[in-house]
Design a protein around this ligand. Structure first.
Ligand code: MG
Ligand code: MG
Length: 259
C-alpha cells in the first residue's frame, strides 16, 4: 500500500476542486424538488462544474466488467439505492431521499463529496437515518488527527450506526484521493480483521474521502443488471454522505465544505 502524502500547496489545489464539488452539491440541494427528474439535475450539474472549469470524474468511469463506463455525470441514488445510481427520467417525489455524489478534477487535482437530500415530508425514521449518517461523517471529522489509527475512527463511526440498528454497508468504502479519485488506502466505515491487520496511521498530508453509508435495514446490498446501481437487498432506504478531508498537523481540514 502506497499512501501519497500531499504538500500544503497540493492540498490548496484539492480545496479548489473541492469548492466546485461543494457548489455542484449546493445546486443539487436547491433544485431537488418534487417533479424534477434526476436526469435534469444531472445535466444541470454538468453545466455547473463545466462553467467552473472542472472536469467530471464519474462520466465514463471504467467498469470492472465488460461494457460501458459510468453513463452519467453524478451518482444520483434515490431511496433504496445506496450508491452509484444513474440519472434517468425518474421524477422526484415528496418523501424521497436523494443521494448526490460528485467528483471533479481541476488543475490535475480531485475533490469528491456526497450528500443525501430529504425531499419534503420524509418519514421520521428515514429522516433520522439521514441525520445520523451525516452525524457519523461529522464524528469522523472530529476524530481525525495525526497519530490516530484509522480503525479508531472507524470504530466510532460503526458504533454510532449500530447503536441505531442501522446496516453498515461492507461492500463499499471510502478511499485515498489526490491526482486520481481513488488512491490507497481503502477507508472503511467499520472495523474488520483486515483493517486491524493493515491499519492506517493518520499522518499530516494524507487526504481521504470518508463516506459513511447506512441502511435502515440490512447491510446487504446488490448491484442491478446495469452493472452500477447498488440497492439494499431488503429495499429499505439508505443514506450516504462524503467529504474529502486532509489530515493536518493538529487535526484535519474538510476540503469540500465550500470554504
Ligand atoms: Mg463520492
Ligand atoms: Mg468517494
Amino acid at each position: 500500500m502506497a499512501i501519497k502524502r500531499k504538500t500544503r500547496e497540493e492540498i490548496g489545489k484539492m480545496r479548489a476542486a473541492g469548492r466546485i464539488v461543494h457548489k455542484v452539491l449546493q445546486h443539487c440541494r436547491e433544485n431537488c424538488k418534487p417533479g424534477v427528474t434526476t436526469k435534469e439535475l444531472d445535466d444541470s450539474a454538468y453545466e455547473v462544474f463545466t462553467a467552473a472549469g472542472a472536469r467530471g470524474l464519474f462520466k465514463n468511469y471504467p467498469t470492472y466488467r465488460e461494457g460501458e463506463g459510468f453513463p452519467a455525470n453524478l451518482c444520483i441514488s434515490v431511496n433504496e439505492v445506496v450508491v452509484h445510481g444513474i440519472a434517468d427520467d425518474y421524477k422526484i417525489k415528496d418523501g424521497d431521499i436523494v443521494g448526490f455524489d460528485c467528483g471533479v478534477q481541476l488543475d490535475g487535482w480531485c475533490g469528491d463529496s456526497a450528500t443525501t437530500v430529504m425531499v419534503g415530508n420524509v418519514a421520521p425514521e428515514v429522516r433520522k437515518l439521514c441525520e445520523t449518517t451525516e452525524a457519523i461523517l461529522m464524528a469522523a471529522i472530529e476524530n481525525i488527527r495525526p497519530g490516530r489509527k484509522w480503525s479508531q475512527v472507524a470504530r466510532i463511526m460503526q458504533n454510532i450506526a449500530e447503536r441505531e440498528g442501522y446496516g453498515v454497508v461492507r461492500d463499499f468504502v471510502g478511499h485515498g484521493i489526490g491526482q486520481t479519485m481513488h488512491e490507497d488506502p481503502k477507508v472503511p466505515n467499520f472495523v474488520s480483521r483486515d483493517l486491524l491487520m493493515n491499519d492506517i496511521e493518520l499522518r499530516e498530508g494524507i487526504v481521504l474521502a470518508v463516506e459513511p453509508m447506512c441502511n435502515l435495514g440490512t447491510d446487504k446490498v446488490r448491484t442491478l443488471a446495469d452493472g452500477w446501481t447498488v440497492v439494499t437487498v431488503d429495499k429499505k432506504p439508505a443514506a450516504h454522505y462524503e467529504h474529502t478531508i486532509a489530515v493536518t498537523a493538529d487535526g484535519c481540514e474538510v476540503l469540500t465544505d465550500g470554504n
